[in-house]
Design a protein around this ligand. Sequence first.
Ligand code: ADP
Ligand code: MG
Length: 393
Amino acid sequence: MKATIRDADVTHRRVFVRVDYNVPIKDGQITDDTRIRASLPTLEDLIQRGAKLILASHLGRPKGAADPAYSLAPVAAHLSRLLRRPVAFPGRVVGPELAEFAQRMQPGEVLLLENVRFHPGETRNDPELARSWADLAELYVSDAFGTAHRAHASTVGVAEHLPAYAGYLMDKEITVLSRVLTAPQRPFVAVIGGAKIKDKIGVIERLLQKVDVLLLGGGLANTFLAAKGFDVGASLYEPDNVDVARRLLEQAELQGTKLLLPVDVVTAPAPEPDAPREIVDISSIPDGSQALDIGPKTVEQYRRELLSARLILWNGPMGVFEVPPFAEGTYAVARAVADSEAESVIGGGDSLAAIEGAGLAHRISHLSTGGGATLEFLEGKILPGVAVLQDRA
Ligand code: ADP
Ligand code: MG
């Protein structure tokens, strides 16, 4: 158990808070402020308790130098509206001006640093940069689960110099994902999809030891189908990973874990909206055709498993859901997850986009903000940005 801000005495203290404000911005406008809103419980609590907040985040991938396209200025303005109080934004990452500003801060004041990736030392976890940030504050708080898998100066370096606590968002991610791995309600059903096995081998391997049922779909299922001897035509598949898929199928069998693969698929010559579609059994994928979604028989099987689950973990879409004719399998699984009485946990950038596209996000118990961090956590890797937080006394 990690110590949270509940355990910390923050009153009149300067607190360096690593948030995740890596939000989509188009023409200076924030198009989705979910991540900013998600930080509010932590910020509001700290403000109410009289802390002085120094906020830090990255935005996009500027190349270690100031780039106006990636400035956090629009975020400062938006955050100020959400908090209904001024958010100071000097437009700097480090420097004496910030140090002076921090010294003069009053309880409840909020300061947002400029994009930490404008400094080349951020991604290198430069000790000097970390030290200067630590000198600004007396405590460190992380609410940026999404970057906790990276050992950067703002996620790890600065935290090594200060008493470090989890914010509420960070705490919720750790608590929910740990419970999924260590004390799952049963039946525990996992759905794994997405493009490539390569990205998901670790998670599939780990989940095979934990779940009662594993449902596979999306591009990665094709490599499993190939490993079982089916001809997948022109589908996305990874010849180099057929052996890995075979090994995972054997592992499931040895452990007696129920592993289901698609029995039918939606095929087309290409993932294009007006391409001629055909629903076929997996034994008759036409030459030159690609499997781009799971078929209706598969949907029915998967739905049955999901409805009888008590815990569902889902990562990765069942098909090329960005192209509407191939979104049906993913949306049907989304409906089944929502309709099930199970506790539901969904992670992954595209998976969250899919559940939102289906209009069902509000019916999911936990939407994990992590992407790569969520996958690594589920694989059992130690995330450096979590490890650096102090344990609960
Ligand atoms: P997440 O971001 O949720 O972890 P991934 O990034 O692993 O998910 O996978 C999402 C991508 O997988 C989407 O771009 C989707 O189009 C692609 N995909 C899913 N099924 C297929 C398929 N059958 N063929 C090709 N691409 C697929
Ligand atoms: Mg993705």
